[in-house]
Design a protein around this ligand. Sequence first.
Ligand code: NAP
Length: 276
Amino acid sequence: MSTRAACVIGWPVKHSRSPLIHGYWIRQHGLDADYRREAVKPEAFADFIRKLSSRGYVGANITIPHKEMALELSEPDDRARAVGAANTLWLDGGKLFSTNTDVEGFTGNLDDAVPDWTKRSGEAVVLGAGGSARAVVYGLIERGISRINVVNRTLDRAHELGRRFGAAVRSAEWNALPGLLPRASLLVNTTSLGMAGQPPLALDLSSLPAHAVVTDLVYAPLKTSLLAAAEARRLAVADGLGMLLHQAVRGFELWFGVRPRVTAELRNLVETDLAK
Ligand code: NAP
């Protein structure tokens, strides 16, 4: 049998950690498989995707700026359609299918870090209303969270999430946070605040209940000031690197037929790379 290959397609793509993650799993499972980077300009993306199979690929990860186009050019599942973006493609019977694995990356990471997170009573507070917030909100709804407060600088974008996902979602402005945090069992940062090179995310977490869980999608730096503040209060936390690793699992399984595990060794490998 010939080598099965997948790739990550983006523009630019050199920052992607996907080759490191999938390369680790390929070696760990001793597979005759390959995972490559493909730098593809927006104007060349549709043609690249149509010829994915003849280029020798069984599927691909999709990163900025192609995720919306990938959705249009494939048969999306419910997650990709709901999020409005596809980040994982696979070929089956000559057809190109897609999903959005940020949804399960987010919930899988929480399941791993705080197994009883859905059982803690209270509401969810999601900071941000961009692309990753859509995946987070969809994941929360999938897992039965009945009240999700989306807090965003631009209120219209939070309203848009409410329209997209229905009655479970309430939108609020940033200055509503002091009223929302005491009722929260989960606080999620999906904004880019706190990321290296961006303004800090300065929040007073003192009013969060002691059983609240705090998670940050930002993974550079690994320990954001939000997570540090949550740990200082001894709250349960889940970091953004965990989500990044968990979102990669499904693609690998679809392309190479083995469900890989997020191990401490893999975390260390990617952590070392992020620290460079
Ligand atoms: P996006 O679509 O560009 O959305 C950015 C969000 O951040 C918007 O809600 C925006 O608010 C808010 N924001 C940006 N600057 C702000 C500021 N100065 N003050 C207040 N709010 C601000 O980005 P995204 O794709 O959702 O990604 C967001 C973050 O999540 C990035 O750091 C990304 O690396 C991370 N991420 C991590 C993973 C993972 O696997 N760990 C996966 C996906 C994304 P406005 O609407 O008001 O502009």
